[in-house]
Design a protein around this ligand. Structure first.
Ligand code: NAI
Length: 737
């Protein structure tokens, strides 16, 4: 669809010639009502004539367009807007374009040269825009263009006055973009290059002729259209090319130590590092900018505390982080235990947004539900105690400021469905420490056990701001890497809102960091308000996948990986985009309201519904047969009544591992519509099989014939042996495996 400006009222200042004229014609051609402002001055701001504006208005009208002229100087901002209101009843778009030049080498720049340039460019844009502002605010729509210049961005000989005014306009635009955002007023800045009478004195004539204003106007039109959401941008444009500019900031260097004066010599000595753009950051707002200063303050201050320790005090500035790789890597943290019952499971489920509104969620919210289960991502909860309890700070070789810790990434792998109560023990190890320049990444591997049985494994990637530069490697083969999603559109998208109290609720599961509840603490971290826990969004995303691709069956979840990119504010909506690639579901999570990506490179690995292959479960040290039974359970749910008719028997199973009886199962295809449960049959099973976990897997995968297994003694049968034939009806579905 072509971009229309029907119903829009556009003011273009300095529209009597050059770029402004081109904008006015282009807007009018697409239906806008245009105020063509031009004072008719000469290039230095002298003189006055209505001819320039009149001519453009005539041109527009001759083509059937709507336009009126205004001959005031932009210094009479109100009058320009009044013309728009009188002629067309509103003002939607202001293009601040009027301009003059008074080029002089700096020493020869007079007060008048300086003042006139500031008055027309900077003050004129201020006055015109201010006059339009409240109208735009009230109608909740406005688009503003500021015209800067390469001379302002880069400097240019003989244009000190002009450079200052032009970059002043960029500063003005930056703030208007922020103040206008909530009223749908967008303000962007362009630095154009075009042949005009302003450039004909400095460019050769054929260049002036070929750099046409019509190669600039389309950007201005797009930036001023309803559909364009760009706000606060700066663009260079000319000759048919458009590029966007932004700020870059070097990693920089801290050049002072606690309780010591900061000296110019330290600045000199660190100069190369201060100016080194390797791993530069790109701050986009004052908060991001300030955050680094806050980080420096606490880093230097915490160093002061450590200063009591003579070795730390002696440490050179170049290695302020105090990371000793050889000492830290491989260190084990003191084990932690976590006792829980259904209350914690339910609290967690509520914390990650489960609700009784969704009948599927009841199995995670009601302990009396026949399938009451714990959400798989609850697996992060017992393991995080290792970090929350300050375990990391006790690790030799890691003297880091732990107020500067950000949760960068998370990997969770489950070896068996989580129990809904019990006592779990977690053992954490520093798997590796990476040097990312701007900070250090600590990879913390945590194994969580129930008794001797490994239940799950977590890898926390913890980013410590400002702790880099200790000479470590940037990557590690131990890191569970994030993976980009496929290039195509997502296969499924789920949108789910968090509540205003989501963080207040989630923290009750054990992450008590005040950043998520205390406004003043959040402000210190550079946030407008307390932010949602990254692991809460992680829980949301995981259950979206579970619902979309695994029928809400917690036993299907094998692993999940996410990278935390940006914070989510409680109350915002999470949009989980999912791509299915076999048993791997790639995910990307965005805040719906802002379209900002919050979880990236994320994926969930599911156990295949029809593939209880040993490798899926073998790592767990858990029983491989568990999954097969889980699948049998699902089949019974689907086809139970039918199977009861054809089979009419109760099968007991005893699964052994290393000669010990480790699990019992009952497949009841006699009563009701059939059922599966873990444990012996309450009564006498018609037939009971005893088999090792490994042989069971061989049988279900068709690698071992059940008769052979029986005759070789691998499969023991008690009760009505004839019924084993019927077993095939149930196992048949797996024969193809
Ligand atoms: P231009 O000289 O062709 O057009 C500027 C227009 O502004 C003139 O018609 C002039 O009468 C009018 N004007 C001057 N003072 C005014 C005032 N006080 N009130 C109302 N109107 C006034 O110049 P051009 O090249 O079209 O420039 C347009 C804008 O783009 C200017 O702001 C200029 O600084 C900027 N720019 C242009 C570049 C180029 O390559 N042409 C490069 C960088 C910036």
């Amino acid at each position: 669809m072509s971009l229309s400006f029907e119903e829009r009222v556009v003011l273009v200042t300095g529209a009597g010639r050059g770029l402004g004229r081109e904008y006015a014609l282009a807007f009018a051609e697409r239906g806008a009502s245009v105020v063509v402002n031009d004072l008719g001055a000469d290039t230095k701001g002298g003189g006055k004539s209505s001819a320039a504006a009149d001519k453009v208005v005539e041109e527009i009208r001759a083509k059937g367009g709507k336009a009126v002229a205004n001959y005031d100087s932009v210094e009479d901002g109100e009058k320009l807007i009044q013309t728009a209101l009188d002629a067309f009843g509103r003002i939607d778009v202001v293009v601040n374009n009027a301009g003059i030049l008074r080029d002089r080498s700096f020493a020869r720049t007079s007060d008048l040269d300086w003042d006139l340039i500031q008055r027309v460019h900077l003050r004129g844009s201020f006055l015109v825009t201010r006059a339009a502002w409240n109208h735009m605010k009230n109608q909740k729509f406005g688009r503003i263009i500021m015209t800067a210049s390469a001379a302002g961005i880069y400097g240019n000989f003989g244009q000190a006055n002009y450079s200052a005014a032009k970059l002043g306009m960029l500063g003005l635009a930056n703030t208007l973009a922020i103040e206008g955002r909530k009223y749908n007023i967008h303000c962007n800045t362009i630095a154009p290059v075009a042949g005009s009478r302003l450039t004909e004195t400095i460019m050769p004539p054929d260049l002036v002729a070929s750099l046409k204003p019509e190669y600039v106007a389309p950007l201005v039109l797009w930036l001023c259209h309803d559909q364009c959401q760009e706000n606060g941008g700066l663009f260079e444009v000319g000759a048919g090319w458009i590029g966007k500019l932004r700020w870059e900031r070097s990693q920089g260097r801290i050049v002072r130590q606690a309780n010591q004066p900061m000296k110019p010599e330290a600045v000199r000595d660190q100069w190369d590092k201060i100016c080194d753009f390797t791993d530069a950051t790109k701050p986009t707002n004052v908060q991001e900018s300030l955050q680094s200063f806050m980080s420096v303050l606490s880093q230097v201050e915490s160093e002061g505390e450590v200063g009591a320790n003579p070795t730390a005090a002696a440490a050179s500035l170049a290695s302020t982080s105090g990371i000793n790789l050889a000492e830290a890597v491989g260190q084990k943290l003191p084990p932690t235990t976590f006792s829980f019952n259904h209350t914690q499971c339910i609290l967690y489920a509520l914390g990650v947004g489960m609700s009784t509104k969704d009948p599927d969620h009841l199995r995670f919210l009601y302990e009396g539900h026949p399938d009451f289960s714990c959400l798989p991502t609850f697996g992060v909860i017992p393991s995080q105690a290792a970090m929350m309890d300050g375990g990391l700070s006790s690790v030799p070789g890691l003297s880091i400021d732990f107020t500067q810790v950000l949760h960068g990434e998370q990997y969770l792998e489950l070896y068996k469905p989580l129990p809904t109560s019990g006592k779990l023990t977690s053992e954490a190890t520093i798997a590796d420490v990476l040097d990312k320049g701007s900070g250090a990444v600590i990879l913390l591997d945590v194994n969580t056990y129930s008794g001797d049985e490994l239940v799950c494994y977590n890898q926390f990637s913890v980013f410590v701001v400002g702790a880099g530069g200790f000479g470590g490697k940037r990557t590690s083969e131990k890191a569970k890497a994030p993976l980009p999603p496929p290039q195509r559109a997502p296969d499924a998208v789920v949108i789910d809102s968090t509540t205003r109290d989501q963080a207040a609720l989630y923290r009750l599961s054990g992450d008590w960091n005040p950043l998520h509840i205390d406004p003043s603490f959040a402000a210190m971290g550079g946030f407008k308000a307390p932010i949602l826990h990254g692991l809460c969004s992680f829980g949301f995303a995981a259950r979206h996948v579970l619902k979309q691709f695994a029928d809400n069956d917690p036993s299907r979840m094998k692993a999940i990986k996410v990278r935390f990119v940006k914070p989510v504010m409680p109350g915002q909506s999470l949009q989980t985009e999912m791509w299915k690639e076999g048993n791997r579901i790639h995910i990307q999570c965005k805040v719906k309201e802002t379209d900002a990506v919050v979880l990236s490179g994320a994926y969930v690995d599911l156990h295949a519904i029809s593939d209880p292959s040993p490798e899926n479960f073998a790592q767990g040290g858990g029983l491989q047969s568990e999954l097969v039974f889980a699948e049998i359970g699902r089949r019974i749910k689907d086809l139970g009544s039918e199977l009861v008719k054809t089979v009419n028997a109760v099968f007991g199973w005893e699964i052994t591992k290393d000669g010990k009886n480790t699990a019992q199962w009952t497949i009841d295809l006699k009563n009701g519509s059939g059922s599966l449960h873990k444990g012996p049959y309450n009564g006498k099973a018609d037939v009971t099989f005893t088999v090792s976990d490994e042989d069971f897997m061989e049988v279900v995968q068709g690698k071992l014939n059940p008769q052979k297994a029986f005759f070789s003694g691998k499969l023991k049968v008690r009760g009505n042996i004839m019924l084993s034939q019927k077993l095939e009806v149930i196992l048949k579905v797996y024969a193809k495996l």
